[in-house]
Design a protein around this ligand. Structure first.
Ligand code: DX5
Ligand code: ZN
Length: 222
């Protein structure tokens, strides 16, 4: 199984994002955290910034919407050219309708769950998605510690994906380091978001390689 490393620019230098993207050229996608200070108690940036990033990024954009009312806002990110658009299960009205809309525009559709949200009810709508994001910290801030108790959800998802034969990426986000990436890979994740562990490293590209090697070593051979 191939693994993907998606650095989050949340801890990058916002005044120099084009240069910050060049430092992770060996990554798979760039993870872009959109926060509205309502769904989460923090604020980042919005659609205009994503449109600008889209113009200069050598890597596809993996947009993570930590916002209320994604039904209203998510399609705009797909129209801006984001490779994937992930909205939160806790914020959406009709996840299937929104996922279909995103796919129709041409983006991969993702659904995210906070650490305390169970995954059971979403297993039956898995075919509607290209990616499921299991948050491994409470969304809102970089630099928090990985929450181990989220791993049973990943195991459940990996089992469901394997059983169904669907090609749904299983993403983790929050507290990913060379140690925790092994735990998440072993539990079934194949797509890894890492913010501070990449951007606080002296050589972010080398850290991307190190994370990829650790994930590959522990990933399922399915
Ligand atoms: C947190 C964001 C993450 C964040 C991860 O709400 O969704 O993408 O950037 O940062 P680290 O890797 O530092 O936990
Ligand atoms: Zn994120």
């Amino acid at each position: 199984m191939s693994v993907r490393i998606n650095p989050s620019i949340l801890t990058a230098d916002f005044a120099n994002l084009e240069a910050e993207l060049a430092r992770i050229a060996n990554a798979d996608l760039v993870h872009v955290d959109i926060m509205d200070n309502h769904f989460v108690p923090n604020l980042t940036f919005g659609l205009r910034m994503v449109e600008s990033l889209q113009r200069v990024s050598p890597l596809p954009l993996d947009v993570h919407l930590m916002i209320d009312d994604p039904d209203r806002w998510a399609p705009g990110y797909a129209e801006a050219g984001a490779y994937s658009v992930t909205f939160h299960a806790e914020a959406v009205g009709d996840p299937v309708a929104l996922a279909r809309k995103l796919r129709e525009i041409g983006a991969r559709a993702g659904i995210a769950v906070k650490p305390g949200t169970s995954i059971g009810q979403y297993l039956e709508i898995l075919p509607e998605f290209d990616q499921v994001l299991v948050m491994t910290v409470e969304p809102g801030f970089g630099g928090q510690s990985f929450i181990d108790s989220t791993m049973p959800k990943l195991r459940m998802l990996r089992e469901a994906v394997t059983r169904s034969g669907l090609d749904v990426w299983l993403q983790v986000d929050g507290g990913i380091t060379e140690e925790t990436i092994a735990i998440a890979a072993e539990a079934g994740a194949d797509t890894f978001v890492a913010g501070s562990s990449v951007y606080s490293a002296a050589d972010p590209a080398a850290q991307v390689d190190a994370l990829r090697a650790a994930a590959q070593e522990h990933s399922h051979s399915a």
